[in-house]
Every structure is written in structure tokens, then in C-alpha cells.
Design a protein around this ligand. Structure first.
Ligand code: LMR
Length: 393
């Protein structure tokens, strides 16, 4: 039956880790997949996570099923972390999800089941997996231009021209902060304008929120999501705990569903519940219970926030050093590197230079030039990276 099956290409992001691991060159640099890496080259389990796991091991009495929507303590804690004062229990429903990807897939399936005539607008560029996820959910995908390639900033003219044309059946995917792959984010004024357009034209914002706390701070990074959720009628938010809690392989995430009123929110959530049941039945308990333990314990939460701030500051320090090193080597304007936020910046290199950097210099980056700043973990690596980029420019 499967004798003529064709082998599919490997995932373009995840395969880089293996390719780099297999590379024997000592100078190699992995700026591929989006994981935090400290100065020693480790991606450690966070202190608060270790402690919460110890407590869970000692106190957990059962592994029986949770409600279909997930662990209620986790759901409330994660919604309050993300939304703070914008959390309106009347109009918002919360579901635990299998990481951010699981949240996005279930949201896609639920949109298809609630409003199959609509179009789903995805920024260009975006995280490579977005297209596959929403296409698999059966949505009709359209793209809107997001990035100005000349300045490496958000192409506001194109974004707002696209949003201006949308209507009540359309959903728009927005990156809540730390845009992947570009690092170029909306300003507060942009979020206000997006909200005004959503209210005027009736489209639904769908926000992918995977990097809370890794751009500037929890408050700054969440500003746009909170503003939108407070001021629009309907929205869907996919939350990931992979990066900010370092729970990558454990898969903790959430879906926040905002309806115009309580009845509508409950009806929308019934679709989220039904799709969750079909796709995974239930999200994994362990990582969500760990997050709940951290967020609901004052000391653990403080320690987590401290460690998150340390990771964020480390990434920002990499940006400053990289920008200075690149600027010293070429007349090209690299100032956008320090204006970008989060783990990534998209350097305007193109596939050919990216390939050359991998083959000739053992530098592993994604697509047309996305780098994970945390991979440039020492001054020596930054110097080697900047020299190599200068050579291929
Ligand atoms: C990335 O973009 O590198 C991360 O979100 C990891 C992934 O799953 O692709």
C-alpha cells in the first residue's frame, strides 16, 4: 500500500539543529531554531520549573482526566498573566492547549467550523509553520505584506492598506510581539489603529503570542494584545509557554477566546472544545500544572520573572554587540538590529548567502536570513559571525 510513497522534505527549521550538530567544524554557530541559549551554550530547565516539578512529584495524587478545557487553575493564571486588567471573565473563555502550535491548529479548525466562508490573512513573512497549520485546518489563506525589505521595519502602509479592505468574514493573524522571523513589531499606535480598523470593518484579530517577556518586558510585550482584547468584539489568542517558561518539549499553551458577550464566548468556546477533542482530546497536564504552580506561588513567580528578565536582557545585549560588530565591518545600515525585539532578526541576506554561510562558514540560519540572537552567545561568536557576514555581503 505504501510502496510508492514519496519521502517529504524535512522541516526547514527543525532540521537545522541536526545539521549543525553533525557539523564537525569547531567554529560552527547555530542561530537556527528559536530556543534560548545561555553563554555556556546550554538551554537550562528554569529554576522555578525545577522547583515546581519537585512539588508536583511530591503532591500530585491522581492523573485522571481534566475538563476538556484543561486545568482550571492553569487557565485562570495564564489568562491573567497575558491579559492582566483586560481579562473580562464574562466575555473571555480559556482553553489549555498543546503548546502554541496546538493552540493555532485548534483555532484554525474552530474558525473553519464557525465561519467556513471566511478568508484567513497571514503576514508575509511569517513563521514557516503558520501556512501549513492553517492550510491543514482547511482555511482559505491570503497573505498581506508585513515587512519593508529596505528598512527591515514593519511596512505600515501595506499592512493598513490590506486591513482597510477586509470585512466581517475575515480573520487576520497578528504576531503579539517579537515577530517571527523578522523581529520588527507593531508600535502602540499601530495596535490602536489595528483595533480601530477591526471595529470599523468587522474582521477578527487572531493573535499568535509566543514570546511574552522576551522582547522588552511582560508589560511592554503584552501591551498590544491587551489593548486589542479590551477594545474589540471578538478575538482569538494563541499563547505559548515554550520560550518564556523554557518548556519547549513539554508543550504548554492556551487559547483565549473573546466573544461580544457571555453567550457568544461560550458558543465560540464550544467549537474550541469540540476541535480539541478531535485533535488531541486533551492537552498534556504536566507542563501546564508546572506553570500553574509557578504563577500561583508568589516566590516561584518572582524567581521565574527574574530568570525571564535575565534571558531577555541577555538577548538584548547580543543585539547591541551584533549591531556594533556588523556596523564596524560594513557601510550597510544595521541599526534595525537593535530596534528589533525578541529572539529573532531577519537579516537581508537571501537564500544564496544563507547557503554560503552554512557551507563555507558553518553558520546555520533559517530561510533568507533569520537568526536567533541567543545563538550568538559569546563575543568571539559575534566577531566571527560579523566577519563572515561581511565576507558574503
Ligand atoms: C522557531 O521558529 O524556531 C520556533 O518557533 C521553533 C519551531 O517550532 O519552529
Amino acid at each position: 500500500m505504501f510502496k510508492n510513497v514519496q519521502q517529504l522534505p524535512a522541516d526547514p527549521i527543525l532540521q537545522l539543529t541536526q545539521l549543525c550538530r553533525d557539523d564537525k567544524r569547531e567554529e560552527k554557530i547555530d542561530v537556527g531554531v528559536g530556543i534560548f541559549i545561555n553563554a555556556n551554550g546550554e538551554t537550562p530547565v528554569l529554576r522555578a520549573v525545577k522547583e515546581a516539578e519537585k512539588r508536583l512529584l511530591a503532591t500530585q495524587k491522581t492523573k485522571k482526566y481534566q475538563p476538556l478545557s484543561g486545568n482550571p487553575e492553569y487557565n485562570e493564571a495564564i489568562a491573567k498573566l497575558v491579559l492582566a486588567d483586560s481579562f473580562d471573565a464574562e466575555r473571555i473563555r480559556v482553553n489549555q492547549s498543546t503548546g502554541g502550535t496546538g493552540a493555532l491548529r485548534v483555532i484554525g479548525e474552530a474558525i473553519n467550523s464557525m465561519q467556513p466562508q471566511g478568508k484567513f490573512w497571514i503576514p508575509d513573512p511569517t513563521w514557516g509553520n503558520h501556512l501549513a497549520i492553517f492550510a491543514a485546518a482547511g482555511l482559505e489563506i491570503e497573505r498581506y505584506k508585513y515587512l519593508d525589505e529596505k528598512t527591515s521595519e514593519v511596512d505600515k502602509t501595506s499592512v493598513f492598506a490590506a486591513l482597510e479592505k477586509l470585512g466581517g468574514n475575515d480573520c487576520v493573524l497578528l504576531h503579539g510581539c517579537c515577530h517571527n522571523p523578522s523581529g520588527a513589531d507593531f508600535s502602540r499606535d499601530d495596535w490602536i489603529k489595528i483595533t480601530e480598523l477591526a471595529n470599523k470593518n468587522g474582521f477578527t484579530p487572531v493573535i499568535d503570542f509566543a514570546y511574552l517577556g522576551l522582547g522588552e518586558s511582560i508589560e511592554d510585550d503584552a501591551w498590544g494584545v491587551r489593548y486589542v482584547v479590551k477594545n474589540v468584539k471578538q478575538a482569538l489568542v494563541a499563547v505559548s509557554c515554550s520560550k518564556n517558561f523554557g518548556l519547549y518539549r513539554d508543550r504548554a499553551g492556551a487559547i483565549l477566546t473573546l466573544g461580544a458577550n457571555s453567550k457568544e464566548a461560550t458558543a465560540m468556546q464550544s467549537h474550541i472544545n469540540a476541535e480539541t477533542r478531535k485533535v488531541v482530546s486533551m492537552a498534556p497536564d504536566h507542563p501546564a500544572s508546572v506553570v500553574a504552580e509557578i504563577l500561583n506561588d508568589e516566590a516561584l513567580r518572582k524567581d521565574w520573572e527574574n530568570e525571564l528578565n535575565e534571558m531577555c536582557a541577555f538577548i538584548r545585549s547580543r543585539r547591541e554587540k551584533l549591531q556594533a560588530a556588523l556596523q564596524a565591518k560594513s557601510s550597510f545600515d544595521w541599526s534595525f538590529v537593535t530596534r528589533h525585539h525578541g529572539m529573532f532578526s531577519l537579516l537581508p541576506l537571501g537564500v544564496e548567502r544563507v547557503k554560503k554561510l552554512r557551507e563555507d562558514f558553518a553558520i546555520y540560519m533559517v530561510g533568507t536570513g533569520r537568526i536567533n540572537l541567543a545563538g550568538l552567545r559569546t563575543d568571539e561568536k559575534i566577531a566571527y559571525f560579523a566577519e563572515s557576514v561581511a565576507k558574503v555581503m
